[in-house]
Structures are given as structure tokens and as C-alpha cells.
Design a protein around this ligand. Structure first.
Ligand SMILES: [Mn+2]
Length: 289
């Protein structure tokens, strides 16, 4: 797997964060991508920034409000659909490793909705589908960079790196640790996959090492859709933990030179996933109620 994706300096880039097994939002994102391909003459990339898998297995009557819109986990199906889409549009569809995928290929096992979500999903899938899913996860990168200034990771840009080579050389295998949990304490992989926040100093150091101006990530849930932190960071919530009206993705111009997240405008670069449900605050068309 290429550890770091390098986007070209032309075309559009659509950015989708944590799906956590939500097939409906995955399909909506594919619809947006295919619409953009028509609109931009085929020159469009799509990146999923990790945590495509591990959603809740909860009955509607037990569903808590803080999980946003109701859905049933379809992790295995989402992964297969992703790999088919990547095969259908070679070089255009990309994914980053999230902490939830990492558990299946050597990382610590996550315990968000089950005591061991890795074991649970692998049990549901069975050995053949598990092997197939691991093969797909092995194609995921650790980070992505672009000439437009945006750098992409699953978690916050808190990792201590001096250059892109530090990401390219990162060991994701978990080999050499007595427990996968020790991986959390490593300055690169642990932070890239698990950090929920980064200070301005950390973010600037990370971006300087990558020759980028702004850091785009998910991993955390922003119920309102997105949060800008200083001029260097934006957390985007496309699916997990949100109600449809607040879900957003990014639509970036790879030929642009973004100076920072202040250049990302609602209704242009920050776009509602469901514009008919989203309020005007997010560039949507829903009537105020
Ligand atoms: Mn995560």
C-alpha cells in the first residue's frame, strides 16, 4: 500500500469522513461523485478518510439521539462496495486507514459499540469475507497530500513528523509491540489514527513537514457538520453521529491554492450531503421550521 496519496494539481476532490458502516450515506456520496464526474468532465477524485466500518447494531427503539440518524451497520457491504467503486474508477477513488480499520490489520481493537468490534465484525463476515476485507484495508493509505494545500488524515494532525518520509516509513503492523495498545503511544501512527485534537503548534509543524496549509480530518463527531480550528484545521462530519440535515462533505478545487481553512466556503467547498434537508446555514434548501 502507498502510505501517502499525492493528488494531482487539477480536477476536483470530494472528501467523505467517517461512515461507520452507513450504506445509505455511502451510496449518497457515490451519487455525488458520479454527478461530479459528469459536471467536471471526469476529472474528479473521491477520498474516504477512514472509519468506513464499525457501526452500531441497535434496534430503533433503543437508538439514542446522540447517534444522529438511525441506520443499521453494514460494514462488510460498505467495504465490498468501496472496492468495487475503486475498481470501476481506477486511480480516482481512495481511502485512508482509520483506527477502526487498523484493528483488522494489526492495530488495537476498537470497543465503541461492542467489547471487541474487530472480533464481532470478523465473526459476522466469516473467514472468507474477513480475508477479503483485510485485503481491501491493506490498500488504504495513512495520509494524503495535495498541491492545493490540503493534507488529509483520519485523526487530528498531532503527529511529530519532519517530512513526508516519516509517514511513508511508518510501521502499521503492530509487530514488535507486546500489546497492540502500545501502538497508541507511538508518535506517528498512534497520533494519525487516534488523536482527537491538535494544538496550533502541532498542526503547523505537521503541515510544514508536508508543505501544506490546512489539515482536513474526521474521527471525531461534530454534530453541526464541521468545525474550523484556527486557520489550519477543519474537522468534517459526513455521516456518523449526525442527523441528515447536518452532514457535510468537502468539494475542493485541486488547482486552487488554499491559504487555510478560512478559504473554505459554505455552499462551495463545504457542501451538505442532503441539500434538501440542510438549513441555509449549511448551504441547504430546507425551510426553517
Ligand atoms: Mn476514528
Amino acid at each position: 500500500m502507498a502510505r501517502v496519496i499525492r493528488f494531482p494539481d487539477k480536477g476536483r476532490l470530494l472528501v467523505c469522513t467517517d461512515l461507520q458502516g452507513c450504506m445509505r450515506d455511502y451510496l449518497r456520496m457515490v451519487e455525488v461523485f458520479e454527478q461530479a464526474l459528469l459536471e467536471y468532465g471526469g476529472d474528479v477524485h473521491l477520498i474516504f478518510t477512514g472509519d468506513l466500518i464499525h457501526g452500531p447494531h441497535i434496534e430503533p427503539e433503543d437508538w439514542p439521539d446522540f447517534l444522529g440518524e438511525y441506520y443499521r451497520d453494514a460494514s462488510g457491504e460498505v467495504m465490498i462496495a468501496y472496492s468495487q467503486l475503486a475498481a470501476q474508477y481506477p486511480g480516482r477513488v481512495h481511502a485512508l486507514l482509520g483506527n477502526h480499520e487498523h484493528g483488522h490489520v494489526g492495530g488495537p481493537h476498537t470497543a465503541k459499540f461492542a467489547a471487541d468490534e474487530v472480533a464481532l465484525l470478523e465473526h459476522i463476515l466469516g473467514p472468507t469475507a474477513t480475508a477479503r476485507m483485510r485485503g481491501i484495508i491493506h490498500t488504504f493509505a495513512l495520509a494524503a497530500v495535495s498541491k492545493c494545500g490540503a493534507a488529509f488524515t483520519h485523526g487530528a494532525p498531532a503527529a511529530v513528523i519532519e517530512s513526508i518520509a516519516d509517514l511513508e516509513g511508518a510501521d502499521l503492523s503492530g509487530a514488535g509491540f507486546s500489546s497492540p495498545l502500545d501502538l497508541l503511544d507511538t508518535p506517528i501512527v498512534g497520533k494519525v489514527l487516534w488523536a482527537r485534537s491538535a494544538t496550533e503548534f502541532e498542526a503547523k509543524r505537521f503541515l510544514r513537514a508536508l508543505n501544506c496549509t490546512m489539515s482536513v480530518y474526521g474521527h471525531d463527531v461534530i454534530p453541526e457538520g464541521f468545525e474550523k480550528i484556527g486557520d489550519e484545521q477543519i474537522i468534517v462530519s459526513t455521516s456518523f453521529g449526525l442527523f441528515d440535515q447536518n452532514k457535510v462533505f468537502l468539494n475542493l478545487d485541486l488547482a486552487a491554492k488554499y491559504r487555510g481553512v478560512r478559504d473554505l466556503r459554505i455552499g462551495h467547498e463545504i457542501v451538505p450531503l442532503y441539500p434538501d434537508k440542510a438549513p441555509a446555514r449549511l448551504g441547504g434548501r430546507a425551510k426553517a421550521s
